[in-house]
Design a protein around this ligand. Sequence first.
Ligand code: NAD
Length: 353
Amino acid sequence: MTFFENTANQKHESIHQFYDPETGLKAIIAIHSTALGPAAGGCRMWHYDNEQAALRDALRLSRGMTYKNAMAGLPLGGGKAVIMADPSHPATEDFFRAFGRCVDSLGGRYVTAEDVGVSVGSMRFVKQVTDYVAGLEPEEGFAGGDPSPWTADGVFLGLQAAARHRLGTESLGNLRVAVQGVGKVGYDLCRQLHKAGASLVISDVNQQSLERAQADFGAKVVATDQILFEDVDVLAPCALGAIFDADSIPRIRAAIIGGAANNQLAAEEDGQRLFDRKILYAPDYVINSGGITSVSLEYMGGKTESDVAAHIALVPGRLAEIFAASDKKQVPTNVIADAMAESIVAAGKPGLS
Ligand code: NAD
């Protein structure tokens, strides 16, 4: 597929490439949609094998942001920046200021924030040259800062909605939950689940993170190649994408899947595979939208932590709507969510605000 066929295929509005010889910055900013507002999505810094791989990531992730922001009811479109990082060339303040100038040159059509490989500290340098940035430290009580706890809040509320729908229980207290990845979001989710009385099974490739969650929550630790197949009620993926496929799905024993990881389904048809097995899948970009909600309300300005919490409280209702439509139409939840997101974008006004 050629460059233009690829972008036309996924219906992106525009793709921008930047090269700054002085700092070595090579960045792509993909704007998928501005139908609901400025295209918002983080900046990912990664050692891509080649330019095609970086472009593919920017196209895929920016489209995902359109769907996520639409379903979160935010007045934002979808975009994403990727920086091709050379590990032998560490990013400097000048490097991020150069990136900030790229963002600024788009005149507000794209708003950036931190994502994989980029810290809040780096965003401070971006902020020196552009206002089209969020994810910085907030003033006391105001929206902003690390989005991870907000993502965990949304996942927790979303799992309650899933339990209500699939298991007929309001409480997660008596449930067994397997959490894959106990990093920033996974750890906070475990904290909330433990407080609610759930029993936890965890795995992580990072020994330190694992030991911390084990000690703090009395969680049972299992091998990383076993966590998806534990005998639990709920499976919460909070590490990697593309984990549900034709190989893993037949071995899953959980009744519910809902977690923070992006792009959990290896392919769209894996949603059908989960549906056929009667496993209730909470679409990832709906249940993990707490973080982008915090970042977005920070960007809008003047919004408090209570505003963020009130907005995230809408996640379970949105999921309940998806679950009910899936039952009624006998169509997988991922297909229902995509159709809802597309109709919100087509209508041109945010669905929930
Ligand atoms: P993180 O890096 O803090 O945590 C991820 C954890 O997963 C780490 O502890 C890592 O060691 C572990 N891990 C990696 N490979 C693993 C494997 N094979 N098996 C088990 N554990 C493994 O990241 P995070 O911020 O907690 O985000 C978790 C996921 O949620 C990511 O996929 C991220 O893209 C997604 N997400 C995060 C946010 C947010 O607000 N942080 C928002 C939306 C989506």
